[in-house]
Design a protein around this ligand. Structure first.
Ligand SMILES: Nc1ncnc2c1ncn2[C@@H]1O[C@H](COP(=O)(O)OP(=O)(O)OP(=O)(O)O)[C@@H](O)[C@H]1O
Ligand SMILES: [Mg+2]
Length: 362
């Protein structure tokens, strides 16, 4: 454990009766970090967030925030605030009253309170909205009010449980960028829960990928996408092609692997401990495979196949190429850079080329 962790989750387990919702998770989060918990429904994201907030207690293990153990600290005394998925704002109050709601116990002069609310309205880009009724707002505006209401209390940590889940795609993408910019401006630590991998990649400094109560990998967005540590992460984040193989040689930082379909290839060893004789899988992203009409003798690796299906998606095209010895068609993705598609729209023989360092051994 590093000492400069602002939030430290140490060996935390959570049982609900005989069901283990969280299995021995340890996570350190730095001050000012935008940290996401990512995983499929039921993997334990909300449970972990609720333990940070103090609404649930770990069955074993300890949570530290700002150097303090949290086991005996009730929710309202923790330096955290939480924003939920369904904009929990009060319909009978106007925007100003909603944002100031948490301040009411602080006995501030009205002028000071109004000044703080106006600052928040500027921050969430809704200046002058103070007198609006809460019911006269769009979904995105309501969610920004809910954020302002949490932020006005100046928490050291903001916990967000799928706060954009109820918004439509376009508004959601806009709010992702706004929320990220807002977090950078105010510089507090965000712990953000989502099951949407693209959202997590867009927004986060680091992401903890969870499955069935376990932590699969904790990494930067680039780390998760480019060098997944296991098959679960590789297939959960983006699309991945997998090829079965056996390690036949080891030299320095490379492994030579005899694969089904791709033949003998070389791939970086990275953090793996694989050696000669180990059964492995080689994983290659669709966009790392370059499709060509002819064999390129310069390419580090290439294989021939048969282009079966093409899908034109505007900005890019997806292709499915069958290769002898590989069960599922290999996915290939290309940018449509010349304004007329990629030219590969008919079934035919093609070559796939790739650089050795794009292959990940799992
Ligand atoms: N109070 C509870 N009692 C019993 N089981 C619970 C309780 N709360 C959560 N669980 C179980 O713990 C597991 C994790 O639930 P959790 O709400 O943390 O999932 P999640 O990752 O947030 O999922 P989602 O994306 O659907 O919100 C689930 O199997 C859930 O049924
Ligand atoms: Mg949840």
């Amino acid at each position: 454990m590093t000492n400069d962790a602002f939030i430290s989750v140490r060996n935390v387990k959570k049982m609900f009766g005989s069901f283990q919702a969280i299995e021995n998770i340890s996570i350190d989060i730095a001050h000012g970090e935008f940290f996401s918990l990512l995983g499929a429904s039921g993997c334990g994201k909300t449970t972990l967030l609720r333990m940070l907030a103090g609404f649930e207690n770990p069955t074993s293990g300890e949570i530290y925030i700002d150097g303090q153990p949290m086991s005996d600290v009730p929710p309202h005394e923790r330096p955290v605030n939480i924003v939920f998925q369904n904009y929990a704002i009060f319909p009978h109050l106007n925007v100003r009253e909603n944002i100031a709601y948490g301040l009411r116990k602080q006995k501030l002069p009205r002028a000071k309170r109004n000044e703080m609310v106006d600052e928040m309205l500027d921050l969430i880009a809704l200046p002058g909205y103070g007198d609006r009724k809460a019911t006269e707002l769009s979904g995105g505006q309501r969610q920004r009010i809910a954020l302002a209401r949490a932020l006005i209390l100046r928490p050291k940590v903001l916990l967000l449980d799928e706060p954009l889940g109820a918004l439509d795609k376009q508004l959601r993408e806009q709010m992702q960028l706004e929320l990220r910019a807002l977090q950078r401006t105010i510089g507090i630590t965000f712990v953000f829960v989502t099951h949407d991998q693209e959202e997590a990649l867009t927004m986060s400094d680091r992401i903890a990928v969870m499955q069935g109560g376990k932590l699969l990998q904790l990494d930067t967005p680039t780390g998760l996408y480019e060098t997944p540590h296991n098959r679960e992460v590789a297939s959960f984040i983006g699309t991945m092609n997998f090829f079965d193989g056996v390690v036949t040689a080891e030299s320095g930082s490379d492994l030579t692997i005899d694969t089904k379909g791709l033949g003998e290839i070389v791939a970086p060893k990275r953090q793996t401990t694989y050696g000669v004789g180990d059964v492995v899988q080689v994983a290659i992203r669709p966009e790392k495979l370059q499709m060509a009409d002819a064999h390129d003798p310069e390419a580090a690796h290439s294989v021939s196949g048969f282009l079966q299906n093409a899908a034109y998606l505007g900005e890019r095209s997806h292709f499915y190429v069958t290769i002898d010895g590989v069960e599922r068609p290999v996915a290939v993705s290309s940018q449509n850079i010349n304004g007329s598609g990629t030219g590969f729209d008919q079934p035919r023989k093609v070559w796939l080329n790739w650089r050795k360092d794009v292959a990940v051994v799992l």
